[in-house]
Design a protein around this ligand. Sequence first.
Ligand code: RIB
Ligand code: CA
Length: 328
Amino acid sequence: MTIPVIIDTDPGLGEVGSDIDDGLAIALALASPELEVLGLTVVNGNVDALTGVDVARRLLRRLEREDIPVVLGATAPLTRDMESVRALFAAALPSTNVSSEGRDLEGPTTTQHAADFLSEQVAARPGEVTVVAIGPMTNLALAMERHPAFAQEVKELVLMAGSATTFAQNVTTVGDFNTYVDPEALDVVLRSGAPVRMVGIDQTSRVMLTRDDAARLRRSPSPFGRWAAECADAWIDYLGRAFPARVEHQTACFLHDPLVIAALTHPELLTWEGAEVTVALAEDLTRGLVVADRGLALTRPAASSVQVATDTDVARFGDLFFERISQV
Ligand code: RIB
Ligand code: CA
């Protein structure tokens, strides 16, 4: 029996200077016989939401899956000013490209808002539909605010967010990108009572795509594999220029979001533990910090009890990812 799933995403695969991992996660999901992908809901994040819709449409065409709806969601975080996030990247990157201004963008396949699409799909099959959220959590929070039953009717939320075993450190010292962009949204999700599993950046940054992997993909029989290899090389080049002090970025990039798809199809590849999870919202250095308390007593009640990933079988994930992606 397949798992019906909606992927909530901020895809930038193919955009200059944008993370490729959402696109690879979508391709992995579509190559996974365990999953029935009901739709892609797009959220502001790696790229602005309209660009993300365009990227998703083009990707689905490339993968010959234009039957899958692409739905536009939040164009900004719940409260944070996105300009400050873009500025952070503009400072770090020589020529960041976070929108496709000037290009004719393909629009969503429906005028429905992602929050309503999520809720409608889940309500149609209560207790059956899983949502994998691999961008900022804004669309999920809006679905919960607009449709109070959503949190009870969704089977499970599998999130790429925070870090359960150490600090995050891909945007600030404490924040992973998805949490940093919209911590208020993650807070709404954690407090909703929905069943949550969280894969943090402590795990996702252990799974990498190297230049050698890209070379292997380039030799794969599928046109998608060859194109993905080009995108990966371009992204690694970009990371190397943008972050010269980070050794890992000179030869590789992270497969953050694909690991979250594997967490759904092959949960046994990760170790899971219960934790009391809270996200810091104060306007200070800790903003966006996810605290996953796995046994210590917090000084105040946590936002939620969730399952967090605390270890990953990196080798087996790599085998699964490259086997499936090279056959797309
Ligand atoms: O923090 C990692 C997350 O932000 C991933 O979803 C990836 O797409 C990145 O940009
Ligand atoms: Ca993402």
